[in-house]
Unconditional design. Structure first.
Length: 133
């Protein structure tokens, strides 16, 4: 019995080494085509909504249903704006606040909720950006 258990363990280990379980992929959200890092005012001006991506391409089976947007002026620990949004839209108020902020200001898109076609909600990690120019 011990020999059988040993041989079975070796067989299963070899089987999983040759055919590992498929990695599960999750959607990501982008702002101005990015999920983090520096963003220019021109990129902000041309962005109208948050886009859900799956494996590097836009995926229309998911849509951002809500998020919170926060802006922190460079060198300031208190946000100058915190707004909850119940759509995938990037509002003009959001853009105006960024246009008035100095380069180096940070902004975050948090509490991201993405809705699937089956109408179930999925929470995604926050995004962080820095105003580049």
């Amino acid at each position: 019995k011990t020999t059988f258990t040993l041989l079975l363990s070796i067989f299963l280990a070899g089987l999983f080494a040759q055919n590992p379980p498929a990695a599960r992929t999750y959607p990501t959200v982008t702002f101005a085509g990015k999920s983090s890092g520096p963003v220019t005012r021109a990129e902000i001006a041309s962005t109208d909504k948050l886009v859900v991506m799956m494996n590097g391409t836009a995926d229309t089976t998911f849509v951002v249903s809500s998020y919170k947007f926060s802006v922190f002026r460079k060198g300031n620990l208190d946000p100058i704006l915190e707004v909850s949004v119940r759509s995938d839209s990037v509002t003009q108020h959001f853009k105006d606040c960024l246009f008035r902020s100095p380069a180096g200001s940070k902004f975050y898109i948090e509490y991201l909720t993405v809705r699937t076609q089956g109408r179930s909600d999925m929470k995604l990690p926050p995004l962080s950006f820095e105003l580049a120019d």
